[in-house]
Design a binder for this molecule. Structure first.
Ligand SMILES: Cc1ncc(COP(=O)(O)O)c(C=O)c1O
Ligand SMILES: Nc1c(O)cccc1C(=O)C[C@H](N)C(=O)O
Length: 407
């Protein structure tokens, strides 16, 4: 089928109009920062003008601000197969990694290792290094090659920390299998779902996952710096004392007690006051996603990436791009990456033409496919732009080689 025919048959096509995207831009970076739902502006204005401006402090109760972390958590739970009361929207993914790792470590105090893979997203690795420093190296990090994780699950491993869909390559792990293997080895597992939530079907419950975290600003379209999410399986919640014992995680924050007592449920993972404006934007993105059928999202995501990979093939042969993502669809998330030694400059040339992907050092060009607002026609056009960038040597300009602070 042609890209036009694929779009005509696309059941998700009506969602495009719910997003504000600039004219002439083909946005293939929703895996880093999701596009803005049109409704976000009105909702933020309402929170600022009415709830904050007029309601002032009464809005904590009257406008439901106080319940937002749990309410939005329960909504995100539906997107990743978690139950009510197992998810909370709060803090950043980095902070949530720290909290869930500490909680998971406390389940097996006789073990000392957090196992992860080399090349995992840096913040995941860095948070473990912080825990090592904090515990005087009593807890240590073990990093192995991506394909060696399962084999390294020995009886020293307390926690396995893995990203479900890898940020650079888009490689997707088998969550159910890896979780089972971790459990058989006596370890618990923390999943980073930053590139999975809203991108691929996830079922934390059937996988038996222990803990999970993820970003609100990527596929969930929650806005720049949106609050993250944290999942703790019900069976663990009562067993773990939060490492960051802030007053919002207290059983009765407004009892103003001198003694910390954690809330009975997932609320114990909250720390301080929720960022209300960020929460409001996140809820708009999540609400929009709840209207979509995840099976349709996955099927369109694969259709978009299939088209992209197919059309890129002649360019790979002619210009030396190497597919860095798995060819097997079952092993790929919702992004496609290519290696090229001039990747940075090529990406800048594409961005100058309005095709927005991103670059990950040292040589990865990354293209994210967001089925709610990307069409097959755009994907085909993006490859046409790529062909023009390469054939005319358009990327080879000094200004495209100057690295920006954020790539
Ligand atoms: C896998 C993964 N984890 C975590 C993060 C980020 O965490 P934070 O929102 O705390 O910056 C990202 C992206 O920035 C990511 O790709
Ligand atoms: N969180 C980001 C930011 O604050 C600035 C620029 C990019 C990001 C990202 O989300 C990067 C992203 N996690 C990645 O997969 O590379």
């Amino acid at each position: 089928m042609t890209p036009e025919q694929l779009d005509a048959a696309d059941p998700l096509a009506p969602f495009r109009d719910r997003f504000a995207l600039p004219e002439g831009v083909i946005y293939l970076d929703g895996n880093s920062l999701g596009a803005r739902p049109k409704a976000a502006a009105g909702r933020i204005a309402q929170v600022v003008e009415r709830e904050w401006g007029e309601g002032l402090i009464t809005s904590w109760n009257a406008a439901g601000w106080i319940e937002a972390p749990r309410r939005i958590g329960d909504k995100i739970a539906q997107l990743v197969g978690a139950g009510n009361g197992e998810m909370i929207a709060c803090d950043s993914t980095s902070v949530n990694i720290f909290k869930t790792l500490c909680a998971a470590l406390s389940l097996t105090p006789e073990r000392d290792t957090i196992l992860s893979e080399r090349g995992n997203f840096p913040t995941d690795i860095y948070m473990v290094q912080g825990i090592e420093a904090l515990t005087g190296r009593r807890i240590r990090q073990q990093l192995v090659e991506p394909g060696e994780v399962e084999g390294a699950m020995g009886d020293h491993v307390a926690v396995v920390l893995l990203t479900h869909v890898h940020y650079k390559t888009g490689r997707m792990r088998d969550m159910a299998l890896t979780t089972r293997l971790a459990h058989e080895a006596g370890a618990s597992i923390v999943w980073d779902l930053s590139h999975s939530a809203g991108a691929v079907p996830v079922d934390l419950t059937s996988a038996g996952a222990d803990f999970a975290v993820g970003c609100g600003y990527k596929y969930l379209n929650g806005g720049p710096g949106a609050p993250a999410f944290l999942f703790a399986a019900k069976r663990h919640q009562q067993k773990v004392m939060p490492a960051l014992s802030g007053w919002f995680g207290h059983a009765e924050p407004f009892a103003f007690d001198d003694q910390y007592r954690p809330a009975p449920g997932v609320e114990r993972f909250m720390v301080g006051t929720p960022p209300v404006l960020g929460m409001a934007a996140l809820e708009v993105g999540v609400d929009l996603f709840l209207e979509a059928d995840m099976a349709q999202v996955r099927s369109k995501s694969l259709s978009l990436s299939r088209l992209f990979i197919e059309r890129m093939k002649p360019l790979c042969a002619a210009h030396g791009f190497q597919l860095a993502s798995p060819e097997l669809e079952a092993e790929r998330g919702s992004q496609v990456s290519y290696r090229h030694p001039q990747g940075y400059a090529i990406m800048q040339a594409l961005i100058a033409r309005g095709v927005v992907g991103d670059f990950r050092a040292p040589d990865i060009l990354r293209f994210g496919f967001t089925p709610l607002y990307t069409s097959h026609v755009e994907v085909a056009a993006a490859v046409d732009h790529m062909a023009q960038v390469m054939e005319g040597g358009e990327w080879d300009r000094p200004e495209y080689k100057v690295r920006a602070a954020v790539t």
